[in-house]
Write a new protein. Structure first.
Lengths: 120, 111
């Protein structure tokens, strides 16, 4: 049971290069998210998707693009990498919430193992 | 943007001490609150999902309470152990889509 898988796990880029991070989940989750982890700032939401073919901006979307062409995959792209994008990136997925909360609601996030990106 | 505050930012305790941290969030349009435990070099894992005002959840030595009217949740650890050392994140859910995290409380438990 793979859960949420991120590739690559590590990458070093030069300023101005482009790259794509792939997130794949096998839990049939509707919602998928990309976060970045920075010291003292916890996890900050970059972009998210509530279903195939839909994406939306999070807290820190600038410099990133995303696509959700298939339900199980959520891609994060850096068109022109900058040193400020050096970070650890986490992908997560979850089921959509029920129409109301209350007993039985779960909806917790399941995370990938992270991708460490260094931009020189 | 949802303003989620966690305090303290970090906490150093001795093995056996009990401790607690706070998560504050806007009380309007509340849907649920998640607590996650995040160990160094690993991925965050869900601890509790809380939905009802007055909710109290418990898992071993760790428990959490929720007050949706005033917009806060407490996480308690009884008799801290070195293996409890981690960052504890809270994430209130409003509107059902975005999951925004607080900056976390980093707990260090010294043997």
């Amino acid at each position: 049971n793979a859960g949420v898988t991120q590739t690559p796990k590590f990458r070093v880029l030069k300023t101005g290069q482009s790259m794509t991070l792939l997130c794949a989940q096998d839990m049939n989750h509707e919602y998928m998210y990309w976060y970045r982890q920075d010291p003292g700032m916890g996890l900050r939401l970059i972009h998210y998707s509530v279903g195939e073919g839909t994406t939306a901006k999070g807290e820190v979307p600038d410099g990133y693009n995303v696509s959700r062409l298939k339900k199980q995959n959520f891609l994060l792209g850096l068109e022109s990498a900058a040193p400020s994008q050096t970070s650890v990136y986490f992908c997560a997925s979850r089921l959509p919430p029920r129409t109301s909360g209350g007993a039985g609601y779960t909806g917790e996030l399941f995370f990938g193992e992270g991708s460490r990106l260094t931009v020189l | 943007i949802l303003n989620v505050e966690q305090s303290p930012q970090s906490l150093h305790v001795q093995e056996g001490d009990s401790t607690n941290f706070t998560c504050s969030f806007p009380s309007s349009n509340f849907y649920a609150l998640h607590w996650y435990r995040w160990e160094t070099a690993k991925s965050p894992e869900a601890l509790f999902v809380m939905t009802l005002n007055g909710d109290e959840k418990k898992k071993g030595r760790i428990s959490a309470t929720l007050n949706t009217k005033e917009g806060y949740s407490y996480l308690y650890i009884k008799g801290s152990q070195p293996e409890d050392s981690a960052t504890y994140l809270c994430a209130p859910i409003t509107g059902g889509f975005k999951t925004i995290f607080g900056a976390g409380t980093r707990l260090f438990v010294k043997a």
